[in-house]
Design a protein around this ligand. Structure first.
Ligand code: TRP
Ligand code: MN
Length: 453
């Protein structure tokens, strides 16, 4: 049988480039135009990282979540780095997400859509174009896809080749994720294994008990002669902030089966709070790709902004197409979210609502660390559940910054990390992440909230 091969519609291609006519916030200042063009040309012919069929499946999974029949767990680094794309670190992150998914699934008796902020999260928006230390001012670090973190003029110089390296690092990260999640590692019969190597803290002990219950249930079903393929593997999706046009545009391809454009740099892309301007380049570009997409909404968001975003990004009200990721801050979520949720509920739109309890809760410690209090994170999650309960809408997921490693970046949790501890185990180049134990603890708290909803 001949494969259909639908040629790209010139109007669609023109649409994808329309962003060039608009204001694109948060773009790096590339200094070498020839190098930039060469990098874009190279990216444009590299194989896609994800396949359109997977992206379509994800859309149906998110549609289920929007309907209250599944829960989205999205987590990973604030910013991935090239040096940290090692087997151990990727494995720890995947393990952490699998463990959290099991906790949520068990508590809520609901499918959990697993998604990493992984395999593409290499570009960061910054509040300022430059950074000053003492009397030296250099370009701000914009993520490994743009420049280096070290505070030297060599490192901070932008280099378009870094986007190509980001692609290859994403490819090897995704390859390992696919191997782990389909090659036996994620078999639910290994539910105990994922906890090994982590220290014996309260969250891990609680997890052990839950794993023992799951084990018993599986053994019972085995004894019954039931053999479920669905236990052996799991779907795992990857996502990142769609920030850099010079990366996302060459990675956007026309699907030969349908003629539709897909961003093939990841399954799910989101637009940040700083780039969600309705007339800006990012929203225009996102409106033209078929992937399910997210938009971050901070405390200044007005009802009119949300309605305009829906109109532009999901004009056909397609199930699973649009996710709103709210990041209001613990102190504001109960005031700011209700009006948005109520207005959308009264409309014909049915987006997925998820909470990002990280980005609205930043603070700086007395000893100078960028941190977040675990209690504030938890309080925003609780507020998110309250608001949705009052509105009769579904709190459909969480978006968190986490690492599978034993770092100390966020304050509190049952290990009671204090300001002093940050000095010894703070690794993040960007925002503070929940460590392994704090992530598990959060999963238990969310699963309780979901169960008693
Ligand atoms: N396939 C199911 C799912 O993805 C069950 C499953 C298999 C699972 N391995 C898992 C669930 C690991 C959570 C974690 O949900
Ligand atoms: Mn962040």
């Amino acid at each position: 049988m001949k494969e259909p091969n639908i040629a790209a519609d010139p109007a669609v291609l023109k649409g994808l480039d329309n962003y060039r006519t608009l204001t694109a916030a948060q773009q790096p200042t590339w200094t070498d135009a020839a190098k930039l063009q060469a990098a874009r040309d190279e990216l444009a012919v590299l194989p896609p990282l994800v396949f359109a069929g997977e992206v379509d499946t994800l859309r149906t999974r998110l549609a289920a979540a929007a309907e209250g029949k599944a829960f989205l767990l999205q987590g990973g680094d604030c910013a991935e780095t090239f040096v940290d794309a090692t087997a151990d670190r990727i494995r720890n992150r995947v393990k952490t997400i699998l463990q959290m998914a099991v906790v949520l699934m068990y508590g809520a008796s609901m499918p959990v859509v697993k998604m990493g902020r992984m395999a593409g999260q290499f570009a960061k928006p910054r509040s300022s174009d430059t950074e000053t230390r003492g009397d030296v001012t250099l370009p701000a670090y914009r993520g490994d896809a743009v420049n280096g973190y070290d505070f030297t003029s060599e490192a901070r110089a932008t280099d378009p080749n870094r986007m190509v390296r980001a692609y290859h690092t994403s490819a090897s990260t995704l390859n390992l994720i696919r191997a782990f999640t389909t090659g036996g590692f994620a078999d639910l019969r290994s539910v105990h294994e994922w906890n090994k190597g982590f220290t014996d803290n309260p969250a891990n002990i609680r997890y052990e008990q839950l794993a023992a219950e799951i084990d018993r249930a599986i053994k019972f079903m085995d004894a019954c002669g039931a053999d479920f393929d669905s236990l052996k593997a799991t779907e795992f999706y990857v996502s990142h902030e769609a920030l850099l046009f010079d990366y996302e545009r060459p990675m956007t391809r026309i699907d030969s089966r349908t003629g539709n454009p897909y961003a093939t740099s990841g399954h799910f892309l989101w637009v940040g709070e700083r780039t969600r301007n309705i007339d800006g380049a990012h929203v225009d570009f996102m409106s033209r790709i078929r992937n399910p997409i997210g938009v971050k909404l901070g405390p200044s968001t007005e009802v009119a902004d949300v309605m305009a975003l829906i109109e532009k990004l999901d004009p056909n009200r397609e199930p699973g197409r649009l996710t709103f990721i709210t990041r209001m801050g613990a102190g504001q979520i109960r005031d700011k979210l209700p009006k948005l949720v109520e207005a959308v509920k009264a409309s014909d739109a049915k987006p997925l609502w998820i909470t990002d309890p990280m980005h609205g809760n930043g603070m700086t410690t007395k000893n100078g660390y960028k941190s977040r209090r675990f209690d504030d994170v938890m309080d925003e999650v609780a507020g998110f559940f309250e608001v949705h309960r009052n509105a009769g809408t579904f709190p459909g997921g969480i978006h968190i910054e986490l690492t599978g490693d034993d770092v100390a970046e966020c304050l509190g949790g049952s290990e009671m990390i204090d300001e002093k501890t940050l000095e010894s185990r703070y690794e993040s180049l960007c925002d503070p992440r929940l460590n392994h134990m704090q992530s598990l603890e959060l999963a238990f708290l969310v699963s309780e909230a979901l169960a008693k909803r």
